[in-house]
Design a protein around this ligand. Structure first.
Ligand SMILES: [Zn+2]
Ligand SMILES: [Zn+2]
Length: 330
């Protein structure tokens, strides 16, 4: 195994910056002999904030794909709808514990379908992201430097993250280890799945005959974005056949044996480990780690500060938390 240095990472980043997002993903997933890039991890992040100002980060969805873990880094047959690659995508859903009782912008923080949600403190979330972006190339020899990271997001999520940096100071596009920054919304355009640079995630999934469930949950968004990016990047390989030379997505070519929806169903049903930080049982009303909000024996408790608030949303939300967990001083 070679070494990774800041200069090598910078060179790799400069090289990849000359390529379209689609090409970067294709090189990473499918090309042999890619040098340091074979040690890279593909990480998709999706941040979700509260519905109302002042904004608080409520959820983070993260998927990771580690090329090294799949056939020792050598390209494999992708299988129907890339199932052989998608099976190695690990999806995590974090909810920020102190903000778990605040309505999230998307309203479905409870509906994560690709694994287990963990409740974490803001510090734990930051720690975990830091660890993902700073992984040793060789666990047994830290002198060999850090693994490269390909950072992916969907549409405006990264820009919003930069704008709301004061609420959660996480901007991976500038990290030393980030060798490429990909927008999963652009990849389908480059793959000629759509002409619209602003196509919605659900629309893009439909092009692959996938019906999305609760796509706005941060964890589901991260996973669906990764799926759209990978299926788009491998479109020709996955769908082309003599009867379908233009590789229109469907049940053709390498993907003829099953439907995309059945692969999605399998991805949702397979056991997936939760994130290694935080707790899976947490009650956002009373702060207990012994039961969930829906099982809370203290349903009569609420927050008198929010009860008296002139903001309608806070007043309506007063019953979701005790005063001790309120994020507002008055
Ligand atoms: Zn409770
Ligand atoms: Zn309150």
């Amino acid at each position: 195994m070679s070494t990774s240095t800041p200069a090598k990472l910078a060179r790799l980043r400069a090289f990849l910056s000359t390529k379209p997002d689609l090409e970067v993903l294709r090189i990473y997933l499918r090309k042999q002999d890619v040098g340091l890039l074979k040690d890279a991890m593909l990480v998709t992040a999706q941040r979700v904030w509260s519905a109302n100002a002042p904004y608080h980060l409520t959820e983070i969805g993260i998927t990771t794909y580690d090329r090294r873990q799949v056939n020792q880094g050598q390209p494999i047959i992708a299988g129907p709808h890339a199932e052989n690659l998608l099976r190695s995508v690990w999806c995590m859903h974090l909810r920020i514990r102190p903000h778990a009782h605040i309505p999230s912008a998307t309203g479905n923080a409870d509906s994560f379908h690709f694994g287990a949600t963990t409740f974490v403190s803001t510090e734990e979330a930051m720690d975990m992201l830091h660890q993902i972006w700073h992984q040793p190339l060789d666990e047994n020899d830290l002198g060999k430097g850090s693994r490269p990271i390909i950072y992916m997001y969907f549409g405006g999520n990264d820009g919003l993250g930069k704008m709301r940096k004061t609420t959660f100071d996480f901007d991976p596009s500038n990290f030393d280890t980030t060798v490429a920054v990909l927008d999963a919304q652009h990849i389908p355009v480059q793959a000629k799945i759509t002409r619209s640079p602003h196509a919605a995630l659900t629309y893009l999934l439909q092009q692959f005959k996938i019906v999305a469930f609760d796509h706005e949950n941060g964890g589901n968004t991260a996973m669906y974005s990764t799926i759209v990016a990978i299926l788009s990047a491998l479109r020709t390989e996955l769908y082309s056949s003599i009867s379908n030379p233009r590789a229109k997505a469907g049940q053709t070519g390498q993907s003829s044996s099953k439907s995309a929806q059945s692969v999605m169903q399998w991805l949702m049903e397979r056991p997936t480990p939760p994130a290694p930080f935080g707790i899976v049982t947490y009650c956002s009303r009373c702060g207990s780690g012994a039961h969930l909000f829906t099982e809370c024996p203290n349903a009569d408790l609420g927050c008198s500060r929010c009860e008296k608030s002139s903001h309608v949303w806070r007043h309506n939300n007063a019953n979701t938390h005790i005063e001790g967990l309120c994020v507002f001083r008055s």
